[in-house]
Design a protein around this ligand. Sequence first.
Ligand SMILES: N=c1c2ncn([C@@H]3O[C@H](COP(=O)(O)OP(=O)(O)OP(=O)(O)O)[C@@H](O)[C@H]3O)c2ncn1[C@@H]1O[C@H](COP(=O)(O)O)[C@@H](O)[C@H]1O
Length: 106
Amino acid sequence: MFDLSDLETLVSQRATSGDPASYTAQLAARGLPKAAQKLGEEAIETVIAALGEDRAALTGEAADLLYHLMVVLHLRGVPLADILAELERRTRRTGLEEKAARTPAA
Ligand SMILES: N=c1c2ncn([C@@H]3O[C@H](COP(=O)(O)OP(=O)(O)OP(=O)(O)O)[C@@H](O)[C@H]3O)c2ncn1[C@@H]1O[C@H](COP(=O)(O)O)[C@@H](O)[C@H]1O
């Protein structure tokens, strides 16, 4: 089954392909600010879809969001493995414990 690791590999290959038919290559060539802007747009579109009734629309927007996140991570040189390692580290405590650890004591 296709997973985020496969998407990471695909994005990396297409971003450096130089293929004029590649959206990923075009977006990478426009640079990090443009890719980050697209990521923000897709995040907002995902929020809007999440608040609507259309499950297919949310699925599509979430896919756009994950794709654009992969492009930004590629451009910043942050591997998916680092994100997964951070998520694994967080499994050692609850979300509320994590939140408390981030919030300075008043
Ligand atoms: N998963 C995706 C994917 N998700 C979204 N997108 C593109 O992201 C864009 C987002 O749509 P928007 O309307 O917001 O943006 P736009 O107006 O088309 O583009 P901008 O001018 O704003 O940048 C669309 O053009 C989509 O085609 C993707 N493009 C590529 N992939 C994957 O990457 C692979 C390689 O694609 P290429 O790099 O194009 O070969 C594909 O086979 C897919 O697996």
